[in-house]
Design a protein around this ligand. Structure first.
Ligand code: LHQ
Length: 263
């Protein structure tokens, strides 16, 4: 597979995707969005891949939509941003959430606008101390998009979510961690190693159980406790019939690490 705007490599059960337009702080252009969708599709289909690790090249993570692609002073009719979201962005956000493998995001620098939404759509987020998050939409006369008005209130609560969206203020990774927006903030020099270590850890978990875990969390906020208990019961019923569960118990009894096969 040949990509221009991302780097993509697989190995040791991990698909590694790096946003690669560092001169533009990895802002999304159409090509990058297309390539990301392709890389995710490949990762979904590849039986060897058990976890996806996403990061950015250079000093930024992703500065959102490439604004040079969206100039409004070029004499052309205003573009339909709703259409552009539905065509280019929404499939990507939906895929991150529906992919039956955990997605770990290592935010290495600024994540702004759709770049912040993209990070928050991932299952787990680790950021370096010098990384930051900006709901940049309000800075340029736009509204939250790519799921940010969905993810943010769920992660940090409404008061902080509203403040971030209305002000467009930049918050650093330590604050993001303290607020519960992300999982972990680590020293800059530790980010890539820590992300690799965590990805490797995830790649050794039972794939069917990881997929079910992802689904349970996905729908948890939309369900009552009763309904969630029902869904947990059904998931556990399915897991109890897997070879991996039996391997897990056997490995525990034999005091050895389990070898999960996704069966
Ligand atoms: C950029 C960008 C960028 C192009 C930095 N584009 N070049 C909207 C429309 C349609 C559908 C989908 O969804 C969306 C949602 C959105 O994503 S809207 C939000 C779009 N993003 C922004 O408004 C963020 C714009 N960028 C910034 O505010 C700053 O660059 C931040 C705060 C991210 C970083 O600031 P600095 O660290 O001071 O870096 P810089 O501003 O000097 O940027 C470095 C270079 O990257 C620079 O180019 P240059 O040639 O001057 O070195 C920037 O022009 C370029 N760049 N963001 N989004």
């Amino acid at each position: 597979m040949h990509f221009e705007c991302i780097r993509f490599e697989t190995g040791a059960g991990i698909a590694r995707i790096s946003l690669n337009r560092p001169e533009r702080l990895n802002a999304f252009n159409q090509e990058m969005l297309k390539e990301l969708r392709e890389a995710l599709e490949h990762s979904a289909d590849d039986a060897q891949t058990r976890v996806i690790l996403i990061t950015g090249c250079g000093r930024g993570f992703c500065a959102g939509q490439d604004l040079t692609e969206r100039k409004t002073d070029d004499g052309q009719l205003p573009r339909d941003l709703g259409e552009s979201l539905e065509k280019n962005y929404h499939p990507l956000i939906r895929r991150l959430r529906s992919l039956e493998k955990p997605v770990l995001c290592a935010v290495n620098g600024v994540a702004a606008g759709a770049g912040a939404s993209f990070a928050l759509a991932c299952d787990l987020v680790i950021a370096s101390k010098s990384a930051s998050f900006i709901q940049a939409f309000s800075r340029i006369g736009l509204t939250p998009d790519c799921g940010s008005s969905y993810f943010l209130p769920r992660l940090v609560g409404e008061a902080k979510a509203r403040a971030l969206a209305f002000t467009g203020d930049q918050i650093d990774a330590e604050t993001a961690e303290r607020w519960g927006m992300i999982w972990l903030c680590v020293a800059d020099e530790e980010l890539q190693n820590r992300a690799e270590t965590e990805a490797l850890k995830l790649s050794k978990k039972a794939p069917l159980a990881s997929a079910e875990t992802k689904k349970l969390f996905q729908q948890s906020f939309e369900r009552s406790l009763e309904e969630q208990l029902k869904q947990e019961g059904k998931a556990q019923q399915r897991m109890g019939r897997t070879e991996d569960y039996h391997e897990g118990v056997q490995a525990f009894l034999e005091k050895r690490p389990p070898q999960f096969k996704g069966k």
